[in-house]
Design a protein. Structure first.
Length: 359
């Protein structure tokens, strides 16, 4: 089940990356249309147009193959932002070499278009690195022009363009780094808010609000598909005695340890959380009563084996557990009530045991 969840997450990531790829590919085709206009207007030499057009189409096909084969997922950055931007800068620098001096600023603007794709994805050091590569490419182009097409070079004008181009690119890099930091801060803040909204602050497991929402979602799914699921309620035995004997801080430590133990014993697709006080609740998806009983016994035995040397070498905890299976169309609180009745039966029978509804 964990592998299925990873595959699902990977599929969603790849779908987003493919959308970004199509945006980049569409932008490349627009630039290619601009190259054709320059070629049609005799601003771009035929040789330069065909080299640039062939190169751009090659890179579009190359990155499409990488994304379709999912080889991009093996890269440190699955979006391949830096390679795509540098590929675009390379082709545009070649195009500038074959473009007349009066039209060269037009292609410089398209270099900025390519650079923008990295502004919203990369930190400032990488943006500065790409900017320096683009500036170096322009310098190489000027040197080649001086050596092979000196009649088409106004060196002072090209140095002026290089200076403006470098300043603008580096400004984009600095501002892009600032934007990246803002995005990370916002992302971290949103993650913290989501954590507070769905998790119990003491134990770190899901809170009652999230448990209730997840149960309602599973009820709707179960009513549609007929899939079964079970609700399990767990209560630590004689927990008040721990607080009275060792103090509330010790009680908190026991709750955290037991919560971690319970969450480790269930599957990633299940939902384990704190129900309230010393009670926990577990939603077991696609599991019948017999399967739920096996899981509950595993959790009970795992908690029995816990030790708390930092509190007392002799301290042990036991847990009583009640289980109920959802019945189609009933309200969730009715399922929880039957699990609760089973829990009280477990306590009445001596505690440290699992009881199933109606047993």
């Amino acid at each position: 089940m964990a592998e299925a969840k990873i595959a699902l997450n990977t599929g969603a990531l790849q779908a987003r990356l493919m959308k970004r790829y199509w945006v980049a590919a569409g932008s490349s085709l627009l630039v290619l249309l601009l190259m054709f206009v320059l070629y049609w207007g005799d601003y771009l030499a035929g040789t330069g147009f065909w080299i640039t057009a062939g190169g751009m189409l090659f890179w579009i096909a190359f990155y499409y193959a990488l994304f379709r084969s999912q080889l991009n997922l093996k890269a440190a950055d699955p979006s391949l932002t830096i390679p795509q931007v540098l590929s675009a800068i390379l082709m545009l620098t070649i195009a500038m070499f074959y473009t007349g001096s009066e039209a060269r600023p037009v292609i410089l603007l398209t270099v900025l278009m390519a650079f923008v794709f990295g502004v919203f994805r990369l930190p400032m050091p990488k943006l500065v690195g790409m900017a320096l590569i683009a500036i170096a490419g322009y310098v190489v182009m000027i040197v080649l022009l001086v050596n092979f097409r000196a009649e088409d070079v106004d060196l002072r004008l090209e140095i002026l363009r290089l200076t403006v181009f470098g300043i603008v690119l580096l400004w984009f890099a600095v501002m892009g780094g600032y934007i990246s930091r803002l995005r990370k801060t916002l992302s971290d803040s949103r993650a913290a808010v989501e954590e507070l909204a769905t998790h119990d602050p003491l134990t770190g497991v899901y809170n009652r609000r999230h448990l209730s929402a997840t149960l309602q979602q599973e009820k709707l799914r179960g009513d549609r598909s007929g899939d079964v699921f079970c609700v399990v309620i767990l209560d630590l035995d004689f927990f008040k005695n721990i607080n009275d004997t060792f103090g509330h801080q010790a009680g908190d430590e026991v709750l955290k340890t037991c919560a971690g133990c319970g969450s480790r014993e269930v599957r990633p697709l299940d939902c384990f959380g704190r129900y309230g006080g010393e009670e926990f609740e577990l939603l077991l998806i696609q599991t019948d009563l017999e399967g739920a009983r096996i899981v509950a016994e595993r959790i009970r035995n795992a908690m029995n084996r816990l030790s708390f040397p930092q509190i007392s070498p002799d301290l042990r905890v036991t847990v009583s557990i009640g289980l109920a299976q959802y019945r189609p169309k009933e309200e969730i609180h009715e399922t929880e009530k039957r699990a609760d009745v089973a829990l009280y039966r477990a306590k009445a029978a001596g505690r440290n045991r699992c009881e199933v509804e109606g047993a």
